[in-house]
Design a protein around this ligand. Structure first.
Ligand code: ZN
Length: 177
């Protein structure tokens, strides 16, 4: 960080502010402390007639890999609304959310993923700006080696575990890169 976004000064220092435990960027001119906290990524496992809807990524990172719909939560929305919006953007479908399924920590890149279980209200498999292909997969067809992210793999693996045990347990996982 070079310039203060509050006053425009270049007097930015990286110090532990009084009463804090972590180093922060602090403006020496206006005393603003800049806190950088993890981002929340919200998405879902979209189910339709016993199959899972996956999106093939038309954007970086992991271009061309399969993905559960999801993305960064926006200010002013709930996690539920964020999951619905991201699913609409990436998969062009409206969903009904049921319950939280998994929480996945990525401490080294400062992200937390939340995946809900959802059902697709009306299917539409036409591509979107963010997905080059949309496809329904049987559970045994999931392309494990072509999944975009660890968070997806975790959500889908634990979904199948729940299914086998007839549970609706919420799973918490982490990946340290
Ligand atoms: Zn300032």
């Amino acid at each position: 960080m070079k310039f203060c976004s509050n006053c425009g000064s270049d007097q930015i220092v990286f110090i532990i502010p009084k009463g804090d435990n972590n180093r922060r960027f602090v403006c020496n001119n206006c005393d603003t402390i800049f806190y950088h906290n993890p981002k929340i990524v919200v998405g879902c496992i979209p189910l339709y007639q016993g199959k899972i809807l996956l999106c093939r990524r038309a954007i970086q990172p992991r271009f061309g890999f399969w993905n559960l719909p999801g993305g960064y939560m926006e200010n002013g929305e709930t996690v539920e609304d964020g999951a619905k919006r991201e699913t609409q953007e990436e998969a062009n479908v409206e969903i009904t959310l049921h319950h939280l399924h998994s929480v996945f920590n990525l401490p080294t890149v400062n992200q937390v993923f939340l995946h809900f279980i959802a059902t697709v209200n009306k299917i539409d498999l036409s591509p979107t700006l963010e997905s080059s292909e949309l496809r329904l997969f049987e559970f045994e067809e999931i392309p494990w080696n072509e999944l975009a992210f660890h968070s997806n793999k975790f959500a889908l693996e634990t979904f199948l575990q729940n299914k086998e045990k007839k549970e609706t347990k919420v799973h918490i996982g982490s990946f340290w890169k």
